[in-house]
Structures are given as C-alpha cells and as structure tokens.
Design a protein around this ligand. Structure first.
Ligand code: DC
Length: 229
C-alpha cells in the first residue's frame, strides 16, 4: 500500500464513467479515506421521500433533510450509509432514489447542509479521495489534485447496462437517454453545476479499463505531492 500521500484527491464527472470504482481503488491504493458525496445526496433523497414532502417545495425538501440523521462512512472497503439509523446502502441505488435525486440535489439549502458535512469529514482525514460533481469547483477549491473523469456517452451507457445486467439494445438506448437527462439537469442547475474546475486534469476513460484509469489518477496524485508513481 502506498502511504506517502497526504492531501485531497477530488474526482468529479458525470455518471457512468466508472468514477466510483476508480475512486475506491485509488483510495485503497493510497491508504486514504474515501467519501462518496453522491451517496450523501442519495441518502438525503431517501429522507425526502420518507417525509412525503412536495418535491417542488424547496423549503420543505431542505427541512426534511435537516430533520434526518444521515450517516456516511469514509472507509474505502466498506459502504456505510444510514438514515435515522436505518441501513439504506441498497435502497439509495434503486430506481426511485435515482429518479428523484437530481431535483433534491438542486435545492441550494440541501447543498449547503451537505457541503458543510463534506468539509468536516474531509478535515478529519490526512488523506482522502472525494468523488462527486462539484468537489473541485465548490467543496474543496484548494484540493491537492483535481481530476475530472469523463467518457463518451455510448461507453457510459454500456458500462451502466453491464452493471445492471441489461443486454437489450432498446433498454441500453433508454439508459443512454436517462444519463443524458441527468447530465443535462446536473450541468444546467444554477447552484454548483457539473463542470470541470479550471485547474482539473480531464481524464477520458473511453476505451480504458479500470486499472489503467486508476494508474493514471494515482500517478497524478503522487506527482502532485512530488512522489514518483
Ligand atoms: O454519483 P451519483 O450518481 O451517486 O450522484 C447522485 C446524484 O447526486 C447526481 O445525479 C447528482 C448529485 N450529486 C451532486 O449534485 N453533487 C455531488 N457532489 C454528488 C452528486
């Protein structure tokens, strides 16, 4: 295990690029903590759904999130996500949450709460890999190294289909359309839109396997702290 790295690696980008598995692997290889901020927005969405509030009422949505106790683990090898003490690690990946997370995460008062939590979790770690959409731009503008991971839309749809076990070409088209819809929503929202930070290194994972992307990110992280890869 490499333990020389001290600092923050931010990994932003759209869904379907292999970002989560790359972030976990990089964290494990660096001996660093790992924070999945998407899981935090998904857990907040569970709180909103369970509170039964009107999704078009930003105040009610933000109140449902602040009333809930959301816990998120920062170990690279174990996913811990709870809402009011209930394990929601599986539920947050389901269709209902995936459908609802974009409007919840577009509410500025929700983002403020979660960004505060993200910064304190990061401050508690000597070394950490943080994945999301706005980590390099908003959450940690002074991060040690910033990566923006992207991939061609077809490659992203194929990867997502593989994860879901889908082979029907029509279903893959639907997945591609859903990815485009979420990208469009996440990139065009007013608060913290999805975009690369000016000082981020853009890594295109199209045609690269997971290990190649992990090696590239590790090399960038180590060179940022003056260590050979
Ligand atoms: O990475 P993911 O698919 O689990 O993220 C779920 C949603 O949360 C995604 O549609 C956008 C939102 N999100 C965000 O707005 N900001 C972040 N830092 C992370 C995720």
């Amino acid at each position: 295990m490499i333990t020389r790295f001290r600092g923050q690696v931010t990994l932003d980008g759209p869904s379907g690029t292999g970002k989560s598995s790359v972030a976990r692997d990089v964290a494990a290889r660096l001996g660093a903590a790992y924070l999945d901020t998407g899981a935090m927005y998904r857990a907040a969405t569970v709180a909103v759904l369970d509170a039964g509030v009107d999704l078009t009422d930003p105040e009610a949505v933000a109140r449902a999130v602040s009333d809930a106790v959301i816990e998120i683990g920062t170990a690279a090898d174990a996913e811990v996500v709870t809402v009011d003490g209930i394990d929601v690690a599986v539920r947050i990946r389901g269709a209902e949450v995936t459908r609802t997370v974009s409007p919840v995460s577009a509410v500025p008062a929700v983002r403020r709460q979660l960004v505060d939590r993200q910064r304190s979790l990061v401050a508690a770690a000597d070394a950490v890999v943080v994945e999301g959409r706005d980590i390099g731009t908003v959450v940690l503008p002074d991060a040690t190294v910033k990566i923006y991971l992207t991939a061609a839309p077809e490659a992203r749809a194929q990867r997502r289909a593989g994860q879901l076990g889908v082979t029907d070409p029509h279903k893959i088209d639907e997945i591609a359309a859903d990815l485009r819809r979420r990208d469009e929503y996440d990139s065009s929202r007013t608060d913290s839109p999805l975009r690369p930070a000016a000082d981020a290194v853009v890594v295109d994972s199209t045609g690269l396997d997971r290990d190649a992307v992990v090696d590239r990110v590790l090399a960038l992280a180590l060179s940022a702290v003056g260590e050979p890869a």
